[in-house]
Design a binder for this molecule. Sequence first.
Ligand SMILES: Nc1ncnc2c1ncn2[C@@H]1O[C@H](COP(=O)(O)OP(=O)(O)OP(=O)(O)O)[C@@H](O)[C@H]1O
Ligand SMILES: [Mg+2]
Length: 461
Amino acid sequence: MFRSFTFRIGAAIFLLLLTLLICLRFFSYLRTVQSEQQNIRQIILAHDEEIEHGVDRNGVRYATYLVDALTNEPDDRHLLLAMKSGGVVHGNLKAWPVELADAKPGWYEQGVTFDHSLKPVNALLYLKRMKGGQSLIVGYDLVRLEQMKQALVEALIRDVWLSVFSALCLTLFILYLISRHLEKVNDAYRHVMAGEIDFRVKAESSQDEFAQLGRNFNEMMDWVSSLISTLKDSTNSIAHDLRTPLARIRLRLQQLEQREDLQDAQRDALLECIEDIDHLTDIFNGILRIAKAEDLSIARQFEPIDLNAMVHELAEFYAAYLEGENQGILLEAPSETHYVMGERQLLSQALANLISNASKFSPGQHDIEITLQPSPVQKGMLEIIIADRGPGIPAEFREKVKERFFRLDQSRNTPGTGLGLNLCDAVVRLHKGKLMLEDNDPGLKSIVLLPEHFGARVTAA
Ligand SMILES: Nc1ncnc2c1ncn2[C@@H]1O[C@H](COP(=O)(O)OP(=O)(O)OP(=O)(O)O)[C@@H](O)[C@H]1O
Ligand SMILES: [Mg+2]
């Protein structure tokens, strides 16, 4: 998940949005605090000016009166005034701050105690010397600013959470939109890879990149499908057309081989040629049978087939065939009939291929076990299991052996074309089933899953 492109895009959008929102909130916090500090300075300077004018016009006594009058105003409990004249301190401070006893005029931030309170408070102070030699402190307590700062920090934290939540929602929504569109194309790829070469992405009327991606995928698959079918058609017609000349050559070789004036070496060579031609004919027949199994229109000719009867017939045939080989068939099938919809010849050929493999690759060692039963894991499916005790197929080759002409190195000396499992797989897929090759510990267990046809049983009853 963390490696997925959509996840990384989502995470990037999320972080970007979050950083942006946090920066915005932080700058608005700084601006609010700064403007409040500015306000306080202006209040302080306005009072300072008022006192200075009063002193200029009416002398120092008026200033002391003004300081006392201003600090007694109930409206402004945050204003702080102190005037030291000849050792006497006027104003609303409990005492002249020790730290400012000999301080130079200017701005200070420091703790002071109002005469109406017990606890010291933090305040912004402006200290100046007046013309008459008095010292004046005009200040403003910072309680309100600190409360405001605290409220702003709380709002900032709340906003961060809110931003995280909204950025997350937005990101998830964008991710949903992207992955919904991508999933459609991915799903189409999965279907095609599973063999449904005709699967296409549902057409969308919009002109966006995703709709375009879907259309391009469909066009590409149309082109690939037409290439594949042209290739298959030509392979099939080659296989078809070569069968007659091959049969003719075989007949001539056979006639030649029957001549009496031949030496043994010549006869052996002719027999080898006939064997090779038989092998070629097997390959061509195999290709044509696979072509038939891959032709989906065959499904229109499907009829109900009694699978139980078919498995019995095959078991009997192979039991007789293997009698001389010291190998038997053990059949386990339910007493009641089970039907599938299908093409009789193809299905019988597919099962025969598996039984023939089981016998071919574990000759005369152990009996071959054939089981027909309703699948215990997949409801509505029947399973036919063909198990042998031969060398089996290593796990990494169990899909590969279903490909055309693929044969394991260990089987090079056993006759065969490498088309049997490919045909079986094509037939089973034509019947909407599945061919699975598993370990029989030791040996191979081939499992064919086919959808059961229930309608037929009702009609047959
Ligand atoms: N029961 C089995 N035990 C061991 N290996 C097997 C078994 N069935 C198939 N194989 C391996 O898979 C390969 C492909 O099987 P497939 O049936 O397609 O071809 P084949 O049997 O060699 O030839 P054909 O069936 O065309 O005569 C075989 O060559 C063999 O290597
Ligand atoms: Mg085979």
